[in-house]
Design a protein around this ligand. Sequence first.
Ligand SMILES: NC(=O)c1ccc[n+]([C@@H]2O[C@H](COP(=O)([O-])OP(=O)(O)OC[C@H]3O[C@@H](n4cnc5c(N)ncnc54)[C@H](OP(=O)(O)O)[C@@H]3O)[C@@H](O)[C@H]2O)c1
Length: 331
Amino acid sequence: MGKRYRAWQVSEDGEGTFTRSLIDKEFDGLPAGEVLVRVAWSSLNYKDALSASGNRSVTRKFPHTPGIDAAGVVAESSDPAFAVGEAVVVTSYDLGMNTPGGFAEYIRVPAAWVLPLPAGLSLREAMLFGTAGFTAGMAVAALSRTVPPERGEILVTGASGGVGCLTVAILATLGYRVAAVSGKAAAADFLTSLGAGRLLSRAEAVAGNERPLLKGVWAGVVDCVGGEILAAAIKATDSLGVVACCGNVASPELAINVFPFILRGVSLVGIDSQNCPMAHRREVWQKLAGEWKPKQLATLAREVDLVDLDPEISRILRGEQQGRVLVRVAP
Ligand SMILES: NC(=O)c1ccc[n+]([C@@H]2O[C@H](COP(=O)([O-])OP(=O)(O)OC[C@H]3O[C@@H](n4cnc5c(N)ncnc54)[C@H](OP(=O)(O)O)[C@@H]3O)[C@@H](O)[C@H]2O)c1
């Protein structure tokens, strides 16, 4: 291990402008923590793009290295639970937010954030899932607890994005019928290849939303976008359906009435991958590594190097990413 390592860094120029570059950093700039990980792979999530563009609700201080995901090998550990050379995964907690993240050759983190690489996954596959796939797994876990595949069709919104496409693929793997909402007409073949049986435009997804309740057509919903699309989806959820609320790329607002809840027993479930307790985190990762692993996993991502991140950040902020972006750090 040399004295310096490569990291992708976001800096502020003092006038609200943020610049991004690949630099060499000193190890002593890393925070305290029991486990030093040499990062092989990371991945791009929406939150990384917010951090990389100076969003203070994600990252307070700059310069900063984003990357809420990392998979690699333990380089040093003062915790007996982790041995040097062990393959590990670190996602969420504070990684990449106010702790230097996975867009660098090394991270140093508390042992409590570190998950041994689940059997059945390579480091690369773990990052094909990343936080997006883990969030999809949490949503499917919440939904499948009470909604079996025979109950009916599941609606997935923001379907061509990271969380959305993995949700479609996992649900289809488990035998659910899936309807996918996408703003990208060109993503139709991609979504069909993942197992979506029906495709809806965003306009179709909000049709009739001015009414207090819509015909109950969805057995469940996994929503990545919030706002009007989520409100309409809740109103169109059938009796005892479950709606998992994951994201807010369209809007953090939710204008809804109580009818879906008191007339149909619909449940609205919040998904928070960041603070998911380690015991549940392990369970979900084990499922992702086993019976929930979509056979199309390898086809879901494009692979980029750290130097190529800039245009990918802009693309995800415009809602134009299709599938996942896998970041090759030092495999
Ligand atoms: N709760 C959690 O723990 C958790 C974890 C991870 C992510 N998230 C959140 O989940 C959301 C999705 O994250 P991601 O990483 O999957 O992002 P992503 O890859 O950018 O996917 C988001 C997708 O939403 C759709 N979309 C974008 N702008 C939209 C708009 N204005 N109206 C309607 N749909 C729009 C697009 O898909 P189409 O073109 O196919 O419609 C886009 O690809 C984000 O809000 C993120 O912060 C939450």
